[in-house]
Design a protein around this ligand. Structure first.
Ligand code: NAP
Length: 188
């Protein structure tokens, strides 16, 4: 399936990161199995990632990933081209196919979709970049995994109110961890 998907994890109150860009609430989340009677569905990230051909991200998210690498990780998207939107010069990761560009998502769209081929373009985030795709009418799907914690403040899933009608729910997938993935088709 081709197209553009924004796939992210969000706190119950709508944030993808704390105000200082930390995400320990996500990386350190310990499963809380759902109550009896809630039917859960296995799956999640690996299955999603298999269907991705290319990625695009904002510089704040990219710098978080680079920081993670410096703490002993490796570039997590090896083999898939990744566009990083920035007005600044940024370092390249070892083993990554990264293009740092200062351009609009509209101007980059054809190139990124061509690179994704038969697979999808993943808008990795954050809310700033996802909002640019939505504003330009280029976002096809939003897949958000709700993590059952409340942060009170932080970086939102989208940076501002989006144009267009409400999105259409296509799947609700409760996970054994106590998270739930919601899939929405963007309606234009
Ligand atoms: N929970 C999750 O699943 C998840 C997913 C993704 C991200 N996150 C978190 O979300 C936070 C970042 O989100 P964010 O919305 O604040 O930032 P972001 O979208 O990652 O980055 C925004 C920055 O990218 C650059 N940029 C964006 N569009 C551009 C364009 N068209 N041309 C040139 N430069 C452009 C600008 O910075 P410069 O020009 O100054 O470089 C802009 O300030 C991070 O904490 C990250 O860890 C969480």
């Amino acid at each position: 399936m081709s197209g553009v998907v924004y796939y992210a994890a969000m706190s119950l109150d709508g944030y993808i990161a704390e105000a200082d860009d930390t995400i320990e609430w996500l990386t350190g989340f310990e499963a809380v199995p759902p109550a009896d009677g809630v039917e859960t569905v296995e799956g999640g990230y690996d299955e999603f990632y298999e269907g991705i051909g290319a990625l695009v991200t904002g510089s704040v998210t990219y710098e978080w990933v680079l920081g993670h690498i410096q703490r002993g990780g490796s570039w997590p998207y090896a083999g898939k081209p990744c566009w990083v939107l920035s007005s600044r010069e940024l370092p390249q990761p070892d083993g990554g196919e990264v293009k740092v560009v200062n351009a609009s998502v509209t101007d980059l769209y054809d190139e990124m979709i061509a690179a994704a081929g038969e697979r999808r373009l993943w808008v990795l985030g954050g809310g700033n970049v996802a909002s640019q795709f939505a504003d330009a009418g280029l976002l096809g799907q939003v897949c958000v995994t709700i993590v059952p914690v409340v942060l009170g403040t932080g970086k939102p899933l989208f940076a501002h109110r989006l144009p267009g009608p409400p999105m259409r729910l296509t799947a609700a997938l409760p996970r054994p961890s106590g998270m739930i993935e919601l899939r929405y088709q963007v309606v234009t």
